[in-house]
Design a binder for this molecule. Structure first.
Ligand code: AMP
Ligand code: TRP
Length: 371
């Protein structure tokens, strides 16, 4: 695949924007894969994109612009793309079985409605491919405790749970298994996942060194779109866990609900529209949302909104979001009523994934002396 890279400078943040493919991603692969030393550590494999999302129900617009929208554009640019509903990751914290099952369907419906084509991409449910758990076990025997103890997400997440389970501690190993089981080369994730991709590299390298060079180096593809912030509290990111539903727009929200949430979004006392995330986080968040839905840069947006006050501008952003989400919302509702179809997508995708997974596991087991 040829990468088209172009440079633009944002007038407000003054940062050059390195645009990977059409817009929005950069890679953390800053070590030249051509160095002879590197060749020994990692196998050379054709590009394969893989990412995963936990089934948390209906995604909000932060999940959409931060993850799913990128998945759709990567599907158009790469030939070999795999996306997983990572339900085994969800059970690292307590789940109600009925809700979890519904959430798996809802997330599948949303991903399809946003434009993932199950013929082009392999869309699958992690728990239907038992090799994930099998490889995770083998990798856990190669991973030292300090490697996991230092991971920021463990510190953060375990502090929130009364008695954190072992699964929560070892879940980054499962994530490594998700990635290397398919010999994935590029992994689109949010910045919060960089440490997990580093662990994947470390364990792939360790396996290669101990048993034989079969795994390529997984690189993180980081979205360059800024985190979308809560509409009620722009100090924190838009999140499912915030109690106030006015803080987030979900993909199935009606036009009226979006209007209402935008109207009630906090702003500041300056009536004009300017992009300044540090000093004007609330209005800059609305500009980020507007930018993510239109692919306009913040400077272009501010120029167009020169004659608007905040009330008028909120209405403008609401209109953009309502128009963009309308077809997605309608498709989600249609798909939610067709569970047999959703099931067949997940089953076919999981079978395709398992065909690849089985081959890797046969290699792994043979190299480790298990078969
Ligand atoms: P989560 O369910 O929070 O783990 O998020 C799933 C995906 O959506 C991850 O790739 C996150 O990086 C992304 N994401 C979550 N919240 C936001 C947000 N507020 N803004 C942008 N991306 C987000
Ligand atoms: N841990 C990721 C998250 O919380 C989800 C995930 C699981 C993932 N397995 C993956 C992402 C493999 C990329 C590749 O967002």
């Amino acid at each position: 695949m040829a990468l088209s890279i172009c440079k633009r400078v944002c007038q407000f943040c003054k940062k050059p924007r390195l645009v990977f493919a059409s817009r929005g991603l950069f890679t953390d692969n800053n070590v030249s894969s051509k160095s002879p030393k590197d060749k020994v550590k990692f196998a050379s494999c054709p590009p394969r994109i893989l990412s995963g999302i936990q089934p948390t129900g209906i995604p909000h617009i932060g999940n959409y612009v931060g993850a799913i929208k990128n998945w759709v554009s990567l599907q158009q640019k790469y030939d070999d793309v795999m996306y997983s509903i990572v339900d085994l990751h969800s059970v690292t914290v307590p789940q109600d079985p009925v809700t979890l099952r519904q959430n798996i369907y809802d997330m599948t419906a949303c991903i399809l409605a946003c434009g993932i084509d199950p013929e082009k991409s392999i869309l699958f449910q992690q728990s239907r491919v038992s090799e994930h758990a099998e490889l995770a076990w083998l990798l856990s025997c190669l991973c030292t405790l300090p490697r996991l103890e230092h991971l920021p997400q463990w510190k953060e997440k375990s502090a929130k749970v009364k008695e954190p389970g072992v699964g929560l501690f070892t879940y980054p190993i499962l994530q490594t298994a998700d990635i290397i089981l398919y010999k994935s080369t590029d992994v689109p994730v949010g910045e919060d996942q960089i440490h997990h991709i580093e662990l994947a590299r470390h364990l792939a390298r360790t396996f290669n060194r101990n048993f034989g060079v079969i795994f390529p180096k997984p690189n993180a593809l980081i979205g360059e779109i800024p985190k979308i912030r809560s509409l009620r509290n722009p100090q924190s990111k838009m999140s499912k866990s915030e109690i106030n539903p006015l803080s987030r727009i979900e993909l199935t929200d009606t036009a009226d609900e979006i209007q209402e949430k935008m109207k009630k979004a906090v702003s500041d006392f300056t009536p004009t529209i300017s992009y300044d995330p540090e000093n004007r986080p609330a209005i800059s968040n609305l500009i980020d949302i507007h930018s993510a839905f239109t692919d306009l840069f913040p400077d272009e947006i501010c120029e167009n909104a020169m004659l608007m006050n905040t009330i008028e501008y909120k209405q403008r952003v609401a209109d953009v979001v309502i128009t963009s989400l309308k077809p997605i919302r309608e498709e989600i509702i249609r798909l939610q009523q067709d569970k047999p179809y959703l099931d067949s997508v997940l089953q076919k995708g999981s079978e395709r994934a398992q065909n690849i997974a089985r081959q890797t596991m046969a290699e792994v087991k043979s190299l480790m002396g298990l078969i």
